[in-house]
Every structure is written in structure tokens, then in C-alpha cells.
Design a protein around this ligand. Structure first.
Ligand code: UDP
Ligand code: MG
Length: 313
């Protein structure tokens, strides 16, 4: 069986198109299909659409509806937990992950013994220039400082074996960064490229600010390099100012002490103060993560599934 996990946030328009497209390639998949839609606290009629779709495909289509928006990572996790298939794939509802790649992906896993087939965008066409620039910078930085390799342009769309899914489910951390987790667990992964597509309907829910915060999470969750950098800068400035101090003392002893250099003094003070704040901020980020992690809150709360449908009032 092949499980298809689809996180949905305000996707009422996309879901019917999505099912239609997947059903087109169904005959080429040679697998029984299982759809698991996760309604991530949508504000539109996504849940209603899912209920209808379940009536239409009662044995194939399941859904999980959250009590509020918990984010795509939580939705993915819920889907992976619920999936029963021997092969599991994760897809966006907006058809930016083309279902026509699925038959080829299944073939690669079954005949060439890969554990995971990932996809990546061949280009970033149709994306704002600024966003591409920052995305590239993010992958450069994270691959340089982190131990976990993240592939530029890799999407969450991937096909995995049961073994790999079980490995991912063993990582129960609260702060999930899927791109990192997928590569952290290892296994043989092959990436296939395809051309970028626009979403069929609806709007992207990622603003620039959201993406920025997400990328900071990606760095903090998979690397302690920022802490090392902070300590390094601290050590260097300590050493440097020690030498400067010696120099000043010796100069005062030899040539007397003319009071001068207020502006430079103030700028140095401000510089060091800023540096300390920055380092505190970095440490604070990690402590914040630890705080959330120690609370051991659930990743998501389920309000409704196809098995316990709330009656219409
Ligand atoms: N999504 C979600 N929860 C969120 C935001 C997004 O489940 O809080 C889903 C969304 O419905 C879509 C997928 O994640 O299926 C990717 O989102 P989107 O298309 O907005 O992102 P983009 O493709 O622009 O990166
Ligand atoms: Mg999308």
C-alpha cells in the first residue's frame, strides 16, 4: 500500500484538483492507495470538503483535523503517524508537487533499492528575486556550519520506505525541522529534479518574515555553530582589548596621560555592549528551544477524524 500524506491549510479549492490529478496516475502506480489529509486548522471550508471527499472515497481517504493551526511540521508528523502504507509519500495540496512523478519514484525505490526518493526544484523561476537570494544564502550557511546536509531546492515532496518513516517517527522532538530530520536519519536518498510550478489555487501561507523565522529555526535546531561563533568572537575581543589595555598602560607610564579619545571610547563601549547582547540573544534562542522541549507538549491536538465526525448543528 502507498500512503499519501497531504497537509492542508486553507486549501478548499485545491483539494478536488489534487485528487483528480492523483487519480489520473493511479493506474500506473500498481499499489493500493491511502490518502491522509491533515486539516491544519484551516479558516475556510477545507474540513467540509474533506468530509465530502471521505463520503466519496470512504475506504481510500482518511482525514485528521486539528483543533487549531499547528503548522506544517506538526501536520506532517500527524500524517506519518497515521500512515499504514509500506511506501509513504508527502505532498502539498496545491499541486506544486506534481503527482505524475510518483510512478517513476515508486519504480526507483522498488527496482534500484533506494530508501527514499526526494525531489528538488531545478530552478526558482517565478519566485521573487529577494526570496531566492535569501534562500540560497540560507542553504550555503546551514551546509557550512551544520553537520546535517540540506539540499538546496529540495522540497518536502518525497517517497519513503516504511523503515525510514519509522526512523523519522522515533525523533519525537517538539521543535521539528523536517528538511533537517529527513537528512539526519540517513538512508540512501536520490533526488530527482523537476521544473517549478505555480500553485493551482489559493495562496501561499508563507510570508517573508515567516520564512526568515523558519530558516533561523533550521539553523538553531541542527547546529551549535552560532554558540561557537559567539564564544569565538568573545574570546577574540577579550584578547584584543587585553593587548590594547597593556599598550595604554605602558604608554601612560612612558608619556604621561593626556585625556583624549572619548569618541573612540564610547564607540568601543557600544560595540562591546552590542556584542554581548547579540551573544545573549543567541544563547536565549537555544534556551527558548530547551524550554519548549522540556514542557513535552503534544505536537498537535486532533479535533476530528473520519471516524468521529462531529454532528452538524
Ligand atoms: N500548510 C499547512 N500548515 C500551515 C501552512 C501550510 O499544513 O500552517 C500546508 C499547505 O496547505 C500546503 C503545504 O503546507 O499543502 C505547503 O504550503 P504552501 O503551498 O503555502 O507553501 P509553499 O509551497 O509556498 O512553500
Ligand atoms: Mg505550495
Amino acid at each position: 500500500m502507498l500512503s499519501i500524506i497531504v497537509p492542508c491549510y486553507n486549501e478548499e479549492e485545491s483539494i478536488p484538483y489534487f485528487l483528480e490529478e492523483v487519480n489520473k496516475v493511479k493506474s500506473k502506480l500498481h499499489h493500493e492507495l491511502e490518502f491522509i489529509f491533515i486539516n491544519d486548522g484551516s479558516q475556510d471550508n477545507t474540513l467540509e470538503v474533506l468530509r465530502q471527499m471521505h463520503q466519496r472515497y470512504p475506504s481510500e481517504l482518511r482525514y485528521i483535523s486539528f483543533s487549531r493551526n499547528f503548522g506544517k511540521e506538526a501536520a506532517l508528523y500527524a500524517g506519518l503517524q497515521a500512515a499504514k502504507g509500506d511506501l509513504v509519500t508527502v505532498m502539498d495540496a496545491d499541486l506544486q508537487d506534481p503527482p505524475d512523478l510518483l510512478p517513476e519514484m515508486v519504480r526507483l525505490i522498488e527496482t534500484e533499492n533506494y530508501d527514499c526518493i526526494g525531489t528538488r526544484r531545478a530552478d526558482r523561476e517565478g519566485e521573487p528575486v529577494v526570496r531566492s537570494f535569501f534562500a540560497r544564502a540560507f542553504y550555503k550557511i546551514v551546509n557550512k556550519i551544520g553537520e546535517t546536509e540540506m539540499v538546496d531546492g529540495a522540497r518536502d515532496f518525497r517517497l519513503m520506505t516504511r523503515q525510514m518513516v519509522d526512523a523519522i517517527l522515533e525523533l519525537t522532538e517538539y521543535n521539528r525541522f523536517s528538511k533537517g530530520i529527513f537528512s539526519w536519519v540517513g538512508f540512501d536518498t536520490k533526488y530527482i529534479s523537476y521544473e517549478n510550478r505555480e500553485r493551482v489555487a489559493g495562496e501561499t501561507s508563507w510570508s517573508f518574515w515567516k520564512l526568515f523565522k523558519y530558516s533561523i529555526d533550521g539553523i538553531i535546531n541542527f547546529s551549535d555553530a552560532p554558540l561557537n561563533i559567539a564564544s569565538f568572537i568573545g574570546a577574540i575581543s577579550c584578547f584584543g582589548s587585553g593587548i590594547a589595555l597593556l599598550f595604554i598602560i605602558v604608554r601612560a607610564l612612558l608619556f604621561g596621560d593626556p585625556t583624549s579619545g572619548w569618541p573612540s571610547l564610547v564607540s568601543i563601549l557600544l560595540f562591546v555592549g552590542g556584542l554581548q547582547l547579540l551573544c545573549l540573544g543567541i544563547i536565549g534562542k537555544y534556551i527558548g528551544k530547551i524550554f519548549l522541549e522540556t514542557k513535552k507538549r503534544p505536537q498537535f491536538i486532533v479535533k476530528e477524524t473520519e471516524k468521529n465526525v462531529k454532528r452538524e448543528i
